[in-house]
Write a protein that binds this ligand. Structure first.
Ligand code: HEC
Length: 105
């Protein structure tokens, strides 16, 4: 095996480890309204770059600012940003399950 081949094998392994690590970390988060259209939309749009955060990660009033920043992150990556309808649905989902409305330990 040449050095180049070995490097390729190693980077492949690195990717695999990363994917596996991501999988295990989602297991610890409980997403409310599991299986509902809103929860599915949220998971689809918000677990692309990182593990989707728990809605309780922020109080309701903080979520709009976070979503705005995420729109910028998507644009920066050359991804289409979310349309107003999608954004409103995700914000709704996050806010009605946010820390402030329903405090969870
Ligand atoms: C284009 C990639 C991308 C997508 C898609 C994305 N994020 Fe992020 N997100 C990031 C990056 C990069 C960071 C770390 C830097 C930062 O905090 O802005 C981050 C950090 C976060 C954080 C932690 C920081 C904080 O303020 O709590 C939360 C929460 C978050 N994202 C929520 C979301 C939600 C909700 C969505 C779906 C609408 C989403 N993200 C979609 C890239 C993305």
């Amino acid at each position: 095996m040449t050095a180049v081949q070995m490097m390729r094998n190693l980077s492949g392994l690195g990717l695999l480890v990363m994917i596996t690590a991501c999988d295990t970390s989602t297991e610890n988060i409980e997403y409310p309204e599991a299986g509902s259209p809103a929860a599915k939309l949220f998971l689809e749009k918000c677990s692309f770059c990182h593990v989707a955060p728990a809605p309780t990660a922020h109080a309701a009033r903080v979520w709009p600012g976070v979503l705005q920043r995420m729109q910028m992150r998507m644009k920066a990556k050359g991804m289409p940003s979310l349309n107003n309808r999608t954004l409103a649905d995700i914000l709704d989902y996050l806010q009605r399950n946010a820390a402030e409305l329903e405090p969870k330990k």
